[in-house]
Design a binder for this molecule. Sequence first.
Ligand SMILES: NC(=O)c1ccc[n+]([C@@H]2O[C@H](COP(=O)([O-])OP(=O)(O)OC[C@H]3O[C@@H](n4cnc5c(N)ncnc54)[C@H](O)[C@@H]3O)[C@@H](O)[C@H]2O)c1
Length: 278
Amino acid sequence: MTGPGRRVFVTGGASGLGRELALRFAAAGWRVAIGDVNEGRAAETGAALGPGALVLRCDVTREEDLAAAAARLEERWGGVDVVVNNAGVADAGGIDEVPDERWRWILEVNLLGVVRGCRAFTPLFRRQGRGWFVNVASMAGLLDVPLMASYNASKAAVVSLSETLQNELEGDGIGVTVVCPGFFRTHLGESLRTGSPGLRAAMEGLFARSPVTAAQIADQVFRAVERGAFQVLPHPAGRRAWLLKRLLPRRLYRAAVAGQHRKLREYFSRKRAGEGRE
Ligand SMILES: NC(=O)c1ccc[n+]([C@@H]2O[C@H](COP(=O)([O-])OP(=O)(O)OC[C@H]3O[C@@H](n4cnc5c(N)ncnc54)[C@H](O)[C@@H]3O)[C@@H](O)[C@H]2O)c1
């Protein structure tokens, strides 16, 4: 699927990876629309994209916003080639610390937001006889980072949804890419819900020290869509761990990554120690 003249819609397109994706597609000559709840950042990204870009107020927790986006883009552009379900939020805490309310919140945005994006645009893609979903999950959905169960589970569900839709929609000419990055620097920390200031500081540290940038990930995603690839694993360390998890029995996989998990638990403990909880 190559531009120019192609059309892409990016949810959560105001900031971070969504913004970089919008810029990457625009640089290749695609027509770009972004949808977000952060109107200030969306306007700023819209200005960076240039006069042809569309900026929609679109909350992925609202079915009607996604339906309106699909209708508006069909009316304006006559169709859409790629929908990037990127909007997401973060949560961190132990299993005994995260209440149902926070589980519901993260599943509403990270999982059901992607479900709604796919549901709203599938009829249009079917009428067109083609279309492509890019669903932004996370390495967290493939591996099992401690103290992030709600986020991990929301992203694992996005991986499962994407695998299912690849099988389900293939006959309609609709393709799927699922993106599973490790940590990288964006504004995701602003959305982070946690009861632990130490855990918040630890997460901020993980975002900040990433060797991979949002722009690099956006470029990999763009190229994956062009060649019709299913999975994008931008972080080399994540790719290695995922390969080990796929190839080894659970016991051997856990032994192989035990050192990394121990370091991570110690890092979290150090950051939380100042709270007087450890
Ligand atoms: N930053 C990381 O380390 C990392 C790692 C793996 C996966 N991801 C995923 O990448 C995606 C993009 O996140 P980011 O890191 O660029 O963070 P970000 O906070 O910079 O961008 C997320 C965007 O989504 C928007 N958003 C939040 N809730 C929304 C809603 N209900 N409706 C519409 N828009 C909404 C925010 O306003 C923001 O503009 C997310 O799905 C995130 O889970 C991020």
